[in-house]
Write a protein of this length. Structure first.
Length: 457
């Protein structure tokens, strides 16, 4: 070991200079205060450029820091604390502020124990304070983003098996508590039974993994309310004895409802709630392609006398009639069937695994439902019926357009036959264009007569 005597003033001066420490030495008896050259250098001054007065540091201290700095020294001199330790700003020669960490204490007392001399060092911590300020700015933005997004933060300490939920997480789960710490298994008790296994697997993050796992699941609040939440989870090393699982949670119930509402609106008729034309076409194509669903019965339903009702009682009565008819049609169908409103007063149905007897039974039920539809108190004469065309799909190569066209042709035949009835498409009876055209002409003539569009000259 080197001789301590060799550690002279030059040695300590070099040590202070290399450690970027400014030394101060205050003689309480004389009031003199020594500031090392490294202290002056830290503030941009030459060694002899500043007067070594006891209040020099106070004159250079930021006004907002003076009281705190003085109180730190006074408490130590009064014996209330073991040492001086405070952070303050000193004005640099060029006008900017230098953050310093001031540490020191009493090094000499008289026979009665009265302090005679204090010494300490000041360290430039400006970069540290700038980093702290930048970090705080990031944290402020982060907290603002969390608040705006409604996101909660939670973590589970693997070593201690303790879990912590912030206030927003507790709010999402409907948990009333004053502290962040919760029972380790509390989260599991909220999981929806149908989502529990998959959600627990998604949250089993392997220690050392850097991946972020996203999952959506349902929770059941204590009042029975079901909510949809989204969570991001990852493993964080270097925290605690074994790391921790860190996660976010966000209530997405309203988003789910909006998405489901938009998806429903995209596939359904707004007035009746039945499938719309595009959704029905897609579903019909899927059913035709599945041989196990054949024969598939396709119904084309066209309301009779609807235009007259609409003109007589108004559109509100017409809308009521359409909704009532749609409800009646749905009630008369088996669970495997699907119904759509194609537009106006036209509807389409599909029934898988349906033979002639099944189709006839369903058609009669639909006719009865239309006749019994609620037309409202404004309609005194109950005159609403339907013409139904039925086509059977037995070949999976048949197109959606052909299936609907065949059912539509049969519907025209039903109208020509007197309405309020059904007809089954037959290639034999419609193979001639004349027969089909005659049926369409007859149906159109009846419509024109009833609507007052037929004029004799």
């Amino acid at each position: 070991m080197a001789d301590d005597n060799k550690r002279n003033g030059k040695f300590w001066a070099q040590a202070l200079d290399r450690a970027y420490l400014g030394l101060w030495d205050w003689n309480l008896s004389t009031g003199d205060c020594y500031y090392s050259p490294t202290w002056s250098k830290m503030l941009g001054y030459e060694p002899d450029e500043l007067a070594n007065t006891s209040d020099l540091w106070l004159k250079l201290t930021h006004p907002d820091d003076r009281q705190r700095a003085q109180e730190s020294g006074d408490r130590h001199i009064a014996g209330l604390v073991d040492s001086i330790e405070t952070e303050l700003r000193l004005r640099h020669k060029h006008g900017h502020w230098v953050w310093v960490l001031d540490r020191g204490g009493i090094v000499e007392r008289d026979a009665d124990g009265k302090p005679l001399r204090l010494m300490g060092v000041q360290t430039d911590i400006t970069r540290q304070k700038e980093a702290e300020a930048a970090l705080e700015q990031v944290n402020v933005r982060f907290r603002l983003a969390l608040a705006a997004s409604g996101t909660g933060i939670w973590h589970h300490d693997i070593g201690t098996r303790k879990s912590y939920w912030d206030a927003r997480t507790r709010e999402i789960f409907g948990l009333v508590a004053d502290t962040d710490e919760v029972m380790a298994d509390l989260w599991h008790t909220y999981l929806h039974p149908d989502d529990k296994d998959a959600t627990e697997r998604a949250h089993q993050i392997e220690p050392g993994s850097n991946s972020v796992v996203a999952s959506q699941y349902r929770i059941v609040l204590r009042d029975g309310q079901i909510r949809h939440v989204e969570s991001l989870v990852r493993f964080v090393a270097g925290v605690g004895s074994a790391g921790q699982i860190l996660g976010t949670v966000r209530d997405i119930t309203e988003e789910k409802m909006r998405a489901e509402g938009l998806a429903f609106a995209a596939r359904h008729d707004a007035l009746t709630g039945l499938l719309n034309r595009s959704a029905f076409d897609r579903l019909l194509a899927e059913n035709i392609a599945m041989v196990e669903r054949l024969p598939l019965a396709v119904f084309y339903v066209d309301l009779d006398y609807f235009k007259a009702l609409n003109d007589y009682a108004g559109h509100a009565a017409g809308d009521l009639a359409l909704k009532s008819v749609a409800a009646g049609i749905l009630a008369s169908l088996p669970a495997s069937a699907r119904a759509a409103r194609l537009g106006g007063d036209e509807f389409a149905l599909m029934v898988p695994n349906c033979n002639d007897a099944c189709a006839e039974r369903i058609a009669r039920g639909v006719l009865a439902a239309v006749r019994d539809a609620d037309l409202g108190s404004a309609v005194t004469s109950r005159r609403l019926a339907a013409s139904i065309g039925i086509a059977f799909v037995r070949d999976r190569n048949m197109s959606v357009a052909d299936a609907l066209a065949c059912a539509d042709d049969a519907c025209y035949a039903a109208k020509a036959g007197g309405r309020d009835r059904f007809a089954v498409f037959s290639p034999d009876t419609t193979s001639g264009a004349g027969g089909l055209n005659a049926a369409r002409l007859a149906a159109d003539l009846v419509d024109a007569m009833e609507d007052g569009r037929l004029k004799l000259f």
